[in-house]
Design a protein around this ligand. Sequence first.
Ligand code: ZN
Length: 338
Amino acid sequence: MKKALALLVFITTLSSFAQNNTVNNDDPTKFMNSITAEKLKTRLYIVASDEMEGRDTGSKGQKKAGKYLIDQYKKSKISYPKGTTSYYQPIPAAYLNAKRNENLPDSENIWAYIEGSEKPDEVLVISAHYDHVGIKNGEVYNGADDDGSGTVAVLQIAEAFQKAKKAGHGPKRSILFLHVTGEEHGLHGSRFYSENPLFPTANTVADINIDMIGRRDVEHTNTNKYVYVIGANRLSTDLHNITVAQNDKYTHLDLDFKFNDPKDPNHFYERSDHYNFAKNGIPAVFLFNGVHADYHQKSDEPNKIEYDALAKRAQLAFVIAWDLANRPERIVVDKAIQ
Ligand SMILES: [Zn+2]
């Protein structure tokens, strides 16, 4: 008996030793590569189809798009967050219309969640807005780039983390996948979340926000191997350094910091959902392809998306998230809120 037990302990030790030596716990490559242009394309043609009626805040079409996202999360066995009872964070019409009455109906943020294995109370948020501007003069504005591209990217990033978890490499910190509503009417969904956070603001380590990553702008007519990085260094030098290091290691895009200049007249830093995290002291990085001729036009269609670029930029968001979720110590906020 005793002898057998000792042998068992020996074998167990040996096998765990072998495992530790053959699996690199820190390498996200395999999971990163599960984010593919093909899958993003299939989904974007659904999210940005006429059936979703341009996904205006609170509209029937937006709810349909939301239902599609939830069905995908269910299929991938990614649940809604701990402490909630559904994938929805409802936002009443009164809130959406308080600043400027546009007669918006009730709407919802949509959330999914993977719990951290070692520091479950520390949470990383990955966000993208799933609303767009709806139907105007009988024309459906499908918003394939804005922000169908970010919407399908967040979904695939979640699935990549779920694959990692199944393979025994789940994130050490928790991750909240947040599809916010009401962005086009004034960043309402992310503001609502920031005022009604599911997890305490102090425990929220960062927000990675993705808004328009499937196209190129006029500054980059010769290449789509770039992305604008906005906000990363505004609160945390760590977040900037991680973004650069992960890109150097895995995705090799040209990181363009032009719009991160606080004096840039476009003020993109204040114009998407990450801002509602940043203004509350949560480090945020915004990935963006810049504007183009189809921006907020009915011609922002899925056939104009460059799916290779969309996949690469989604992969960058994934590897940044991988580092933020798995590093031993959470990133440090070393700068004041601007
Ligand atoms: Zn947008």
